[in-house]
Ligand binder design. Sequence first.
Ligand code: NAP
Length: 299
Amino acid sequence: MAKKRMKVGFVGLGLMGSPMAMNVLKAGWPLRVWNRTADKAEPLVAAGAARAATATDAARGADFVIVMVADDTALDSVLFGENGLSRGLKRGAILINCSTTSPAISFRAATALRSISVRYLEAPVMRSVQAAREGKLQMLVGGSREDFQKAEAVLKSVASDIHHIGDIGKASTLKLALSLVAATMIQAFAEYFVLARKTGIPFETMMDVLKVGPLDSQPFRYAEQVVVNPGARPSFYLKHMLKDVNLAMDLARQMDVPMPLTSEVRQMLAAAKNLDRGDEDFAALLDLMAGWAGVPMRG
Ligand code: NAP
């Protein structure tokens, strides 16, 4: 089937989903979008996407449906809830779940969708909102190679580095393992900033030194942005980092894998969320650590 005649549905237009959907549209795919909070669809509709009234409606006639929602609960709801995607998906369609969710829900979703002749791929992503805008996400795909190959052209409109990891469950597991590394790095940077701040070393010096040394990394560049732009709109909510770490811990528990470091980081993230800072980013963690150290991070 020629690309132009294939249709794409997109559900979940949050920080990541909106720019991803925009890139699907820019790549020339006919697109129908739906988001729980309807006004987030406006820029896409203005750019030429069709507005779906429900998730079911977003799935109607689509060859591929991409879902980019917060977590397992959201995925379950948009797939199988009232007016969910499963009611509108046609036989042979491929559902592509880009959200960071558990391997368990991937198995459940794949099995349930198979019973209505719909294929399922998990395709969690790495990198940032900026990479999502540029269509340069890194993507880990779990599912059959055949389904992956069918979906590859649409995946390429949002991601520049795409890895087929293996069967369903493998990509979401690897994504969670990567998330725990990112979260522990972020916690380490918070401690680095706080310790140096308390001893009077300027941020500029700390950053300049780290950037040209062996510890430079994308998580550090993200942490740096949060420090140098206080008050900027979050690009990765702390509540989602906690969700990722919780999912990684759940997996570790099931497999009897000790994760002492991740467990400590989870405590910090949970504390920050309970202080009503889940809708902030790394800055909340930084403030929490600074408070414990008795040093102001701002001003
Ligand atoms: P976000 O801005 O919070 O967007 C979450 C999306 O999920 C929104 O569209 C939201 O709808 C929807 N949603 C939440 N609960 C729902 C429910 N019960 N029913 C229907 N829709 C629901 O988060 P994001 O940053 O785009 O992240 C999306 C996913 O990508 C998460 O799994 C996150 O861990 C992962 N991720 C994020 C980044 C990043 O840098 N931000 C990077 C890699 C991976 P409303 O608009 O109505 O709330």
